[in-house]
Design a protein around this ligand. Structure first.
Ligand code: ADP
Ligand code: MG
Length: 685
């Protein structure tokens, strides 16, 4: 239960004046549904307005505050703007220009002959100076003088700056006094304000200390929750799994394991032999061979007389893992089943039976394998593939399934920098596959301009003539899934018209069986080209696909490009990746694409991506969801996370139950950032 003192902060947005069903949608789009959300919706920047005595004193393009007296209202016919002509103290003329319905406001606010204080951006339209949709109009100077510095918030359609500013002002009008959770020494050293002061200040002006404090809170909450998970895990009892090797000996792998794979398997085997449950992350770049490591782990569980489960984030992947594992494990004779949300009736019943009576040794599936109806005879190991698709809270739910806590092996192909590994997986031990299997060919990566579209399509035809296949990744229009979809469908139709019927489309909103059918055609080699949105990002393995085209590549993060590129270069043929760039690419964008050309080392790309983006494209990161944080930006994460991590560790060491005064405050913090699963672990003991 959330402590009462926090309840006002979790009140629904509709408890604010002026928020009804209409505003709900745009607010929700920004992730703002409760008061706390809007308090943490921090300005991107601030406008500074220059108080100009007359228009002579102002420059075009500048944000100004000025006294003007309307002289005439001019409605233009049709769809033209509504203009209010006005005069400054020196008699200079400028227009206040309104489009659409805003003219109603203008009529009310700007009576002819009455002096008004106006704030807005001074523009020039032909010979005429104008302010288009001024931000503020008031009859008293004092009402506008307070707006010399104003926050600029990230908005969604249907919201305006004054609207957002008003909501923030309401939300912060009555902040609770919260006890301090930050270690006093840390707080003092950085000169950080108290929580509620920090909230107020962060919305008022550029204020590094205030923003750092709020970011630190988020980082601390995260580190603390992960520490609690770790501490809790140490106390739990799992099964000691000591495999005798009789199954693993029967494996007939067509290759020798790499050193990194062998090392990881040894680390895993060591964990499994312990009584406390394993909590390990297997981090390895695309194609580094995580599946076989997972299989060895699962076989250890089966050798020890228990069952294992492998969870995949999508049906496509579950199916693919199932096929791969079944093929590889065939000589061992272990029974492997596939269970997804789509299995119904008899088939499903028989799998459920097999899991209960233990005749199925390993089950692969989507989250369907953890539904209540699914019971296991003796589940001892859970492999979670692509852990970053699941939250820690979700993982905790999953591992509650066994009689005793199952061991957990999470895998991720996202090579993230070390700081972020700490942020996302700080509670786990890490095995890194930092060595690719031998014989991998470098992928020939080229950056080309969109203008060469026709050449690219012609190149595709030549490529298909050799019998090889290709991927085509559609442009990503940020923040709008429907637009992405439309773009993908359009491209699909165009390519199909040009290249014939052997083209399939896969996107996120397709039904499961349609998607599988398309994937199956492509895997079987019947389809030559797979047109896709980014759903092919993870795990898909078609060695004969040796060409990848990525449209508007500059819009993708490096990590994502790297993942996408990893779909090719899987067979013996030489592979090519064409990064098409749009017409306007920022300097950072250029550097990123150049880096893609230069290296194929995922960990290096991750570090560089962080460095490049640290320079000002932080927002993109926040929205693209590759950071687990909403408040802290990448620069703050790098600078403050190690501090927060140490702080959290000390706190848990000293006061593991969070019972001291500071511990109690820290509980509040966990609730505030909705890491309550951390607190629940304290209760569970
Ligand atoms: P990941 O899941 O890490 O992206 P996979 O497990 O799908 O990678 O492996 C990619 C490919 O590499 C598969 O075709 C697999 O059979 C192959 N592979 C794995 N380990 C080795 C190895 N040690 N030597 C050669 N090929 C390997
Ligand atoms: Mg994989």
């Amino acid at each position: 239960m959330r402590p009462e003192i926090l309840n006002p902060l979790f009140a629904d947005m509709e408890s604010l004046d002026g928020v009804g069903p209409k505003l709900r949608k745009p607010l929700a789009k920004l992730g703002l549904t409760r008061l706390r959300d809007v308090l943490y919706h921090l300005p991107d920047r601030f406008v500074q307005r220059h108080v100009a005595a007359t228009l002579d004193d102002a420059t075009v393009g500048e944000q100004i505050i000025i006294a003007l007296t309307p002289t005439e209202h001019k409605a233009s016919g049709g769809r033209g703007p509504y203009r209010v002509m006005a005069q400054d103290e020196a008699g200079n003329i400028c227009a206040l220009t309104y489009f659409g319905r805003a003219s109603y406001t203008a009529k009310k606010q700007l009576p002819v002959g009455e002096k008004r204080w106006v704030a807005g951006r001074l523009d020039q339209y032909g010979q005429m100076l104008q302010l288009v949709h001024p931000d503020h109009v008031a009859s008293e100077s004092s009402d506008v003088m307070g707006k010399r510095m104003e926050p600029v918030y990230p908005l969604a359609e249907g919201l305006t700056q004054p609207r957002m500013g008003g909501l923030v002002a309401q939300a912060r009008a009555d902040l609770p006094e919260l006890p301090e959770w930050i270690e006093p020494g840390v707080k003092q050293k950085h000169g950080w304000p108290d929580w509620n002061e920090a909230v107020l200040r962060a919305h008022k002006a550029e204020d590094a200390a205030a923003r750092d404090r709020l970011a630190y809170d988020e980082l601390l909450a995260n580190s603390l929750a992960l520490m609690l998970v770790r501490a809790d895990n140490r106390q739990r009892r799992g099964q000691m799994l000591q495999g005798d090797g009789h199954l693993r000996d029967k494996l007939q792998l067509p290759f020798a394991l790499t050193g990194a794979q062998q090392r990881s398997i040894d680390e895993i085997a060591g964990d499994l032999a312990q009584a406390s449950p394993m909590l390990r992350l297997l981090q390895g770049d695309v194609g580094s061979g995580k599946t076989v490591v997972a299989l060895e782990a699962l076989l250890i569980a089966v050798e020890a007389g228990a069952q294992g489960a492998m969870l995949a984030p999508t049906e496509i992947l579950a199916r693919q893992h199932f096929e791969t594992l079944r093929k590889m494990a065939k000589p061992t004779g272990v029974e492997i089943a596939l269970l997804t949300g789509r299995d119904k009736g008899r088939q499903r019943e028989s799998i459920l039976m097999g899991l209960v009576d233990g005749s199925i040794d390993i089950v692969v599936g989507t989250h369907a394998i953890f539904q209540d109806a699914v019971q296991y005879r003796n589940l001892a190991l859970v492999v979670i593939d692509e852990q970053h698709r699941f939250g820690v809270g979700q993982r905790l739910m999953l591992t509650k399934k066994g009689r005793v806590t199952p061991h957990c092996l999470a895998t991720t192909a996202t090579p993230i920098p070390r700081t972020l590994t700490l942020a996302e997986y700080g509670e786990m031990d890490v095995s890194r596959l930092d060595e690719l299997p031998p014989g991998r060919q470098a992928i020939d990566t080229r950056v080309i301009s969109t203008e060469r579209f026709a050449d690219v399509v012609a190149g595709l035809e030549r490529h298909f003539a050799t019998g090889q296949q290709a991927y085509w990744v559609c442009p990503m229009v940020h923040e709008n899934e429907n637009a992405d979809l439309a773009a993908a469908e359009e491209r699909y139709k165009g390519l199909k018209a040009r290249l014939g019927d052997d083209v399939v489309l896969v996107h996120g909103q397709m039904k499961g069986d349609e998607k599988d059918a398309a994937m199956a055609r492509f895997s079987a080699g019947e389809a030559k080209l797979l047109v896709a949105t980014t759903v092919i990002e993870v795990g898909v393995d078609v060695p004969n696909a040796t060409l990848m085209v990525i449209e508007q590549a500059e819009r993708f993060g490096l990590a994502q490009l790297h993942q996408l590129r990893g779909r090719v270069g899987r067979g013996s043929e030489k592979s090519v990746c064409l990064l098409m760039r749009g017409e306007q690419v920022s300097e950072t964008g250029r550097q990123r694409l150049a880096l893609m050309r230069e290296t194929q080392d995922g960990f290096r790309l991750a570090e560089e991506d962080l460095r490049l983006r640290g320079g000002g494209e932080l927002l993109g990161t926040r929205q693209s969801g590759d950071s687990p944080f909403n408040v802290a930006d990448l620069e703050q994460i790098q600078r403050l996370l190690p501090v927060a991590h140490d702080d959290a560790r000390l706190l848990v060491e000293r006061d593991g139950g969070l019972d001291s005064d500071r511990g109690t405050a820290a509980r509040l913090l966990l609730y505030l950032f909705e890491r309550d699963w951390g607190v629940q672990l304290l209760r569970g003991g």
